[in-house]
Design a protein around this ligand. Structure first.
Ligand SMILES: NC(=O)C1=CN([C@@H]2O[C@H](COP(=O)(O)OP(=O)(O)OC[C@H]3O[C@@H](n4cnc5c(N)ncnc54)[C@H](OP(=O)(O)O)[C@@H]3O)[C@@H](O)[C@H]2O)C=CC1
Ligand SMILES: N[C@@H](CC=O)C(=O)O
Length: 427
């Protein structure tokens, strides 16, 4: 059987899973593709590190040229992370006529269009299923199964680390720091977990999902972004009391034919399926005008789930090589859509305020709300200590522009401070 030589850049959580799956499932992969997949070379950073996979017969090196300059290697799998270095290596690989599979959302969200053009020019494949929602095959599903439908919304939990942290805090009373450390030890977190907890990793995934669902290239600056590092335990408890769970959600949505993309903590009703997604699992809702609401659920991070998505790309590329059909875009859809104005984006909000515990504070809040034509369907005040109280409210629908003006005016009152303002999802 003809062989296809593979070079892998990175042998961490995902790289190890890829090697394990290529070894353990070799027979099935060959029977599907008609090719024998051989991992010829793996590039790592630190040659002295102990590895957990069997590397018999594989060259392990810290010299990337051993892959990029080896003409016998047809397929490069980039699972090392970073943006600029990975870009440089992938460009070199494509220019050398090698096909590329990557799990790197930072890279694809930042340089996807540029790399896709280069791949097309070189008649090479560039696939990145694992870059969004780990083990959930969501990108291929949007390309294939939603090809004819008009997608109106994509939303969901697309970061395993933050969902893991919030589940552990919520259910087991684990501290934020301890839960983050566990997520790092389990291999879910990024090399720099700031990207996870500040919502940047989820935003990168929403950029890619937006490209696939709506055919629109956006950048990080187009995503309204808030992470979980500022979410207070009191707000988690208060949300629970009101019948909600706080989840970090990515939402990309058509509003009046304009697109709004956000990542942030959202109050999800306990009865909504997203509220039941625990630990590193992810769930993506895709709403099509024809099909209605669909939900895709599964592990969003971790060695083997992510490796399975990388393998699906490797198999696609192998089949394309075998059939001589390489050099086709992963996603062909492109559309002209404007971004929504903040006056168009309307949600109910949960607003949490720290107020000086003295008379008249509620009046000031309601005056500001009334001035902005906003109303709430519940408001409560709880004493925090001798001096301070917390006021929480769930508003009726209001625009983001209204919310911003309300926040600004409340923060200008020296006895009141806005602690949180999170969207509230409907049932
Ligand atoms: N972990 C997960 O669940 C998921 C990760 N991803 C993405 O997959 C990619 C890999 O993630 P993950 O496996 O977790 O990362 P790890 O940090 O576990 O592994 C990174 C690997 O790349 C190697 N490496 C890093 N920089 C270089 C370099 N400059 N030259 C050569 N080798 C280098 C490291 O070498 P050494 O071992 O010697 O240090 C290590 O083997 C990232 O883009 C990540 O965002 C996507 C979905 C899920
Ligand atoms: N750090 C990411 C890994 C997968 O993309 C996450 O936690 O989701």
């Amino acid at each position: 059987m003809e062989a296809i030589n593979i070079g892998i850049l990175g042998l961490g959580t995902v790289g190890s899973g890829v090697v394990r799956m290529l070894t353990n499932h070799a027979e099935k992969i060959s029977s599907i593709t008609g090719r024998r997949l051989v991992v010829k070379t793996i590039v790592v950073h630190d040659l002295s590190k102990k590895r957990s996979v069997d590397m018999t017969g594989i060259k392990v090196t810290d010299d990337v040229d051993a892959v990029l300059s080896d003409p016998s290697i047809q397929l490069v799998v980039e699972v090392m992370g970073t943006v600029e270095t990975a870009k440089k290596y992938i460009e070199q690989a494509l220019k050398a006529g090698k096909h590329v599979v990557t799990a790197n959302k930072d890279l694809i969200a930042t340089y996807g269009p540029e790399l896709t053009s280069l791949a097309l020019q070189q008649k090479c494949d560039l696939y990145y299923e694992a870059s969004v929602a780990g083990g959930i095959p969501i990108l291929r599903t949007i390309v294939n199964s939603f090809a004819a439908d008009r997608i109106v919304e994509v939303k969901g939990i697309v970061n395993g680390t933050t969902n893991y942290i919030m589940t552990q805090m919520n259910q087991k009373g684990v501290s934020y720091a301890a839960a983050l450390q566990q997520a790092q030890e389990l291999g879910f977190a990024e090399a720099d977990p700031t990207n996870d907890v500040e919502g940047i990793d989820a935003a990168y995934k929403m950029i890619i999902l937006t490209q696939f669902a709506f055919g629109k290239d956006i950048t990080l600056s187009n995503v309204k972004l808030e992470g979980i590092s500022g979410v207070k335990l009191e707000d988690i408890e208060e949300a629970k009391r009101l019948g909600y769970k706080i989840k970090l959600l990515g939402i990309s949505k058509l509003i009046n034919e304009h697109l709004d993309v956000s990542v942030g903590p959202v109050l999800v009703p306990r009865s909504q399926p997203l509220a039941t997604v625990q630990n590193e699992n992810n769930a993506v809702f895709v709403t099509g005008a024809a099909v209605g609401e669909t939900m895709f659920y599964g592990p969003g991070a971790g060695e083997l789930p992510t490796a399975n998505s990388v393998l699906s790309d490797i198999i696609t590329v192998t089949k394309n090589i075998a059939m001589g059909t390489t050099g086709v875009r992963f996603n062909d859809y492109s559309a002209q859509i404007k971004l929504a104005e903040s006056s168009e984006v309307v949600y109910p909000y949960y607003i949490s305020l720290k107020v000086l515990d003295k008379p008249g504070q509620m009046l000031k809040i309601t005056e500001i709300m009334t001035k902005e034509n906003a109303s709430f369907n519940l408001i409560t005040q709880t004493e925090l200590d001798e001096k301070n109280a917390r006021v929480t409210m769930v508003t009726h629908e209001m625009s983001e522009a209204q919310l911003n003006r309300i926040k600004e005016q409340i923060n200008a009152v020296d006895t009141i401070e806005v602690i949180a303002a999170y969207k509230v999802l409907g049932e």
